[in-house]
Design a protein around this ligand. Structure first.
Ligand SMILES: [Zn+2]
Length: 319
């Protein structure tokens, strides 16, 4: 059976540099995450020292160049029997890192990138990333960037993606917690009201030829995610992460979540993912084993399981 992972993070040196800058200036006055100009020179001067401290504190490996990190990912996929993975550039402005990874391993890596629609050049960035850079997924985190999904700035970014053949739009909804920010004690002033799957349905209806992906079954907003998926045939759900949000609904199990998602969206709109991110931990085999066991336990047929764990990914991202 072909396994493709629709949700992994590409934690590049540029990603960690952004976190190190935020850690050096945790209370920026401009925007949410941008360092204040007066502190920038000072921070840049000892950025490498700060990065080394950060890796040591996290006990994570230095990712090195994007090419080196791409090679590490491919080694990891090989060792795990995974054919392809979507790797997300996980900070605004880091498209080039994941683009370098895609250029190095085009048959193994599909490039996604986080975009902050409040950036003045957001639509142009999206166009550039999805055409020149060869990336495939525009990732919106409305709760993080404080830009509502019904805002015109979001619409302009999605419009730009819709004009690029083969592009998908990924929208993080529901609860958002970024483990690495917590570990580094970085403030995360996320506005959870903005990650509303029903607002994704409005976008998905406006761009019916664009596949939308709501990760983690809507991360706590399962009912709204299923309503959105029922209303829009172009909304897909990814199964990634440990799905710890199930604890918000008393008695809910991941088995029941899969059952409901299969009943509403069907097997051709579920995309297996792990949410793997850093090394040395690497690819999260346990997530695969847990979800495969659930699908087997529900009596899902082997053709449908093949779609969920790999086939739908191949259809969305043909080589
Ligand atoms: Zn993720």
């Amino acid at each position: 059976m072909i396994v493709n992972d629709a949700h992994c993070h590409f934690f590049s040196t540029a990603f960690f540099s952004a976190l190190a800058r935020q850690k050096a200036d945790p209370a920026p006055k401009v925007g949410l995450y941008a360092p204040t100009p007066d502190k920038r020179t000072h921070v840049e001067a000892d950025l490498q020292v700060r990065l080394n401290d950060l890796y040591r504190g996290l006990q994570w490996d230095d990712p090195g160049t994007p090419e080196a990190l791409a090679d590490r990912w491919v080694q990891e996929l090989d060792a795990s029997g995974v054919r392809r993975a979507a790797l997300i550039a996980s900070v605004h402005g880091d498209e080039a890192s994941v683009a370098a990874a895609v250029a190095r391993h085009p048959s193994r890596i599909v490039g996604f990138f986080m975009l902050d629609p409040s950036a003045a050049d957001a639509p142009a960035r999206a166009r550039h990333a999805l055409s020149e850079h060869g990336l495939k997924g525009l990732c919106l985190f409305p709760a993080m960037h404080h830009v509502p999904l019904h805002d015109d700035r979001t619409l302009r970014a999605v419009e730009a993606a819709a004009a690029c053949p083969g592009a998908v739009v990924f929208v993080h909804c529901g609860v958002l917690s970024v483990g690495v920010r917590r570990k580094l004690s970085l403030p995360s002033r996320f506005d959870l009201r903005l990650g509303d799957p029903l607002a994704v349905s409005r976008l998905a209806l406006a761009f019916p030829h664009v596949p939308f992906i709501v990760p983690q079954f809507g991360a706590g907003l399962l009912r709204e995610t299923l309503m959105a998926a029922d209303a829009c045939a172009n909304i897909h759900l990814d199964t990634s992460s440990s799905n710890g949000w199930v604890r918000y609904t008393p008695g809910l199990t991941l088995d029941a979540v899969f059952k409901a998602a299969l009943a509403v969206a069907g097997p051709s709109r579920l995309l297996f993912g792990t949410d793997s991110s850093f090394f040395p931990r690497g690819w999260q085999r346990g997530i695969y084993e847990q979800q495969k066991a659930i699908l087997d336990g529900l009596g899902v047929g082997s053709n449908d399981i093949a779609l969920i764990v790999g086939g739908n990914f191949e259809r969305l991202f043909p080589l």
